[in-house]
Design a protein around this ligand. Structure first.
Ligand SMILES: Cc1ncc(COP(=O)(O)O)c(C=O)c1O
Length: 374
């Protein structure tokens, strides 16, 4: 196999399916590393434009963008910062778009979205628009708790980014390749990324590979700068390695052959009904999700949304019980339990998964009552 041809073919395939206009593609080996590079690209881009002060990056509380020094700084979760001396300078965090936790009494979902967009604009104005380079967002926040953005949130955020010439970096490491019912989360939420980060499902997780998709207009500016400097001084030994490129290419072919997006749209509603169907359980504060990703938030008191003492490890217990019954779920900070089944799951398997989950919920309810936690 001609190695360069494989890489070129993968680039063409990604360009064909990507919502990033006239995209150019750079490869790496992990989502963290790719997000680090997105920061470097935003800085290089603004140096090329002579905007040497335009370097701050805005991320969001509860975002997950990785754990390297820069991507860990973008991450808005305490465990990624505490005692690692993070975040580094010039990385800021704006509000998390979680309506269930962040919405004020009587505030509609849209009013909440408008308030958050207003708060983002205030932050930009306070810092100075000429100092802000980029805004990072996952379409659906994954490791922060599967947070689906409230209606109109991104519709309100995107014009603000445009207004202040702030690059929109969309992290599709979880949402990319069908998870939300479109090939990319950007399509599900009508996002117009300037740059996009891909990893995980790019190779179905079988080999390490990530990709930075850069829009043509951003790329042209980067090119001017590298021409001026005589070099584009970034690249790893394993950037564009032909082995993961071949695996990624084959993966994309399989997604296409099996029409993975249609499959997610077919079975996704069954998972969402299953998860939301658990809302009546006394332990579930919120049940949420989209496509083949979802979560429940475990609470001590549904009316007040009060959580259990984290030390009680209620969600961890639930996840252990689910595993005992046959389902692998993920426990996240804040007693959130996430579902992210294989994209090829069938409706019958979803029913089985939800059966395991319901049994685990009942076990957990029995445990919290027995221990006097409720
Ligand atoms: C949205 C998102 N971005 C970035 C990353 C980091 O990717 P990696 O673990 O490959 O460094 C992850 C990992 O879970 C992720 O979910």
């Amino acid at each position: 196999m001609n190695e360069l041809l494989t890489i070129a073919e993968l680039i063409e395939k990604l360009k064909e399916i990507s919502p990033v206009p006239a995209s150019k593609v750079l490869f790496g080996t992990s989502g963290s590393e790719a997000n680090d590079m997105q920061i470097k690209l935003s800085w290089y881009y603004n140096n090329a434009r002579g905007k040497r002060e335009k370097k701050k990056i805005i991320s969001r509380q509860r975002a997950y963008h990785g754990v390297t020094i820069a991507s860990g700084s973008l991450t808005g979760l305490a465990f990624a910062h505490t005692d690692f001396d993070l975040p580094i300078a010039r990385i800021l965090h704006t509000d998390c778009p979680h309506y269930y936790r962040g919405g004020r009494p009587g505030e509609s979902e849209e009013a909440f979205a408008a308030r958050l967009a207003g708060s983002l604009e205030e932050l930009i104005l306070r810092e100075g628009p000429d100092t802000v380079a980029a805004f990072f967002a996952e379409p659906v926040m994954g490791a922060g708790g599967v947070i689906v953005p409230p209606a109109t949130y991104f519709d309100r955020v995107q014009p603000i980014l445009k207004k202040y010439e702030i690059l929109f970096v969309v992290d599709e490491v979880i949402c990319g390749f069908g998870r939300t019912g479109h090939m990319f989360g950007s399509q599900t939420f009508d996002l117009k990324p300037d740059i996009m980060t891909l990893a995980k499902a790019l190779s179905a997780g079988y080999v390490p590979i990530s990709a930075n998709l850069v829009s043509g207009s951003v790329y042209d500016v980067l090119l001017t700068q590298s021409d001026k400097l005589g070099i584009f001084g970034h690249g790893y030994t394993y950037s564009s390695h032909p082995v993961p490129a071949a695996v990624a290419l084959e993966t994309l072919k399989i997604y296409q052959e099996r029409d993975i997006v249609a499959q997610v749209r077919r079975v996704g509603p069954r998972l969402q009904e299953g998860i939301r169907g658990c809302s009546d359980h006394p332990l579930i504060g919120e049940a949420r999700g989209i496509g083949l990703i979802g979560a429940v938030e475990i609470v001590r008191d549904k009316a007040t949304k009060q959580s259990f003492d984290p030390k009680a490890g209620v969600a961890a217990y639930l996840v252990r019980r689910a595993q005992h019954h046959g389902a692998i779920l993920r426990n996240m900070p804040g007693d959130i339990v996430a579902f992210s089944p294989p994209l090829v799951i069938s409706e019958a398997e979803i029913d089985e998964l939800m059966g395991c989950f319901r049994r685990a919920l009942d076990d957990t309810w029995a445990m919290v009552k027995e221990k006097g936690l409720v």
